[in-house]
Design a protein around this ligand. Structure first.
Ligand SMILES: [Zn+2]
Ligand SMILES: [Zn+2]
Length: 427
């Protein structure tokens, strides 16, 4: 059958609005709305038959029951729902009334057309309301990860605006020891600060094992500026609580849940965080990042560079130290899971590479060494040998007990590419 014959057949089923008529032919002639398709077909059929043109009032449509006349109204409700919230991108999702979906099938069936001819009511609703939301609010549609997702439930007559998280990337330096990266809830009281009705002795009632954390210095400031409801801190690995993080710092992402502000001044934020931290930590290179940056920060293979203060049980000569460090440079190290590491983790032997080593003696019993190694290399154990569980080791090669008395991380860099890839930043 020709398209005009199909249109006549569809229109004969009862009052069908232009949009519902045109939607059956939605895949034809890009650049038209379904209402334009429907109206044009109705006119063309009338001309072809030389009959008077008989438009249909959308409110009278038996298929959509008049909902196709409500695009503007729903778009205004969306705009209202996000008022006071800064977003750049949006997406509209529609829960269509089951009755309308059924009517759409009946319409096509009645005209002998396939059930899936054209497109669904909800697809048109998403697009038509979406276009209007964009115009009303000056924002752009984004089908991957928009700042706000609207859910229109037509039967329930509700508009829900789900605000997606915003992300700030940066690098932190930890300038004081004994600061954990993330807030460390007390396990005795599960972070509540109370055991029964009594204040928890273990944490002094604070709910946390440490008063300060990198997260605690950074996340609340970002949350405040972005006016969110909660914050999550994602680090590219973590150093020991008693280790400093120096040099170029460690990459991290702060995720702000349901932010009302997104387009923030990151340089000012950087200054605010650093001022609040009072020298305990420092951040730099803050940038607005995409959702995907969280996974990148957590998963990208990264090498670590360490500086360790080492103490020996016996006197060591400069020559012996240099030759031991030379032997470790480029070596493959076998490490059985150290005792000090989380006991919930399965114990395994794993191999890690040492890339570079250097160092010098302070006196016969003390040295400072720098080690650049593959991610996951346990440095304290590389020095001590961990009672034979790490091989080779500095202590093993020197033939004398060696321990790390202070450990600093001086660089965390991607093994194959830098963390800072423009694809993972906004703008
Ligand atoms: Zn209709
Ligand atoms: Zn406690």
């Amino acid at each position: 059958m020709s398209i005009l014959a199909d249109a006549r057949e569809l229109a004969a089923s009862g009052p069908v609005c232009d949009a519902c008529l045109g939607r059956v032919f939605a895949e034809r002639s890009f650049g038209l709305t379904n209402a334009e398709r429907g109206r044009s077909l109705r006119i063309a059929a009338a001309l072809d038959d030389d009959e008077p043109y008989d438009p249909v009032n959308t409110e009278d449509c038996w298929v959509c029951e008049g909902y196709c006349a409500q695009f503007d109204e729903w778009a205004e409700r969306c705009a209202e729902a996000m008022e006071g919230t800064e977003v750049a991108t949006y997406q509209v999702g529609t829960r269509a009334p089951p009755l309308v979906e059924e009517n759409e099938l009946l319409l096509r069936e009645g005209a002998g057309l396939p059930e899936d001819a054209g497109e669904r009511f909800k697809s048109e609703f998403n697009r038509e309301v979406g276009k209007r939301v964009g115009r009303l609010t000056g924002t752009e549609v984004d089908f991957t990860r928009p700042d706000v997702q609207f859910l229109l439930d037509i039967d329930a007559d509700t508009v829900e605006a789900q605000i997606n998280s915003a992300f700030v990337y940066g690098r932190y330096r930890k300038l004081k020891r004994d600061i954990p990266q993330t807030e460390w809830p007390c396990r005795e009281c599960d972070g509540s600060g109370f055991v029964g009705k009594e204040s928890c002795d273990h944490c002094g009632g604070s709910g946390y094992l440490y008063d300060e954390s990198v997260e605690g210095f950074v996340a609340p400031v970002v949350m405040d500026v972005m006016d969110g409801v909660d914050a999550k801190f994602h680090g590219a690995g973590r150093e020991d609580v008693d280790a400093l993080m120096l040099g170029t710092g460690r990459p991290f992402v702060v995720e702000i849940l349901e932010p009302r502000r997104r387009d923030i001044d990151v340089e000012q934020l950087e200054g605010d965080v650093n001022a609040m931290a009072g020298g305990s930590i420092e951040v730099e290179g803050l940038r607005l990042a995409t959702y995907d940056m969280v996974e990148r920060v957590k998963k990208l293979d990264a090498s670590k560079q360490y500086r360790a203060a080492v103490e020996f049980d016996d006197d060591v000569s400069e020559e012996a130290l240099q030759s031991a460090l030379d032997e470790l440079e480029g070596a493959t190290i076998e490490q059985y899971t150290p005792h000090r590491v989380d006991h919930r983790r399965a114990s395994i032997t794993r191999t890690r590479h040492v890339y570079d080593t250097s160092g010098e003696l302070e006196d016969p019993r003390h040295a400072t060494v720098e080690i650049h190694g593959e991610g996951g290399l346990y440095i304290k154990e590389l020095v001590s040998g961990d009672e034979g569980r790490t091989n080779p080791s500095l202590a093993g090669i020197l033939g004398t007990g060696s321990i790390v008395t202070a450990l600093d991380v001086i660089a965390v860099e991607g093994e194959d590419e830098p963390f800072e890839d423009d694809d993972f930043f906004k703008e």
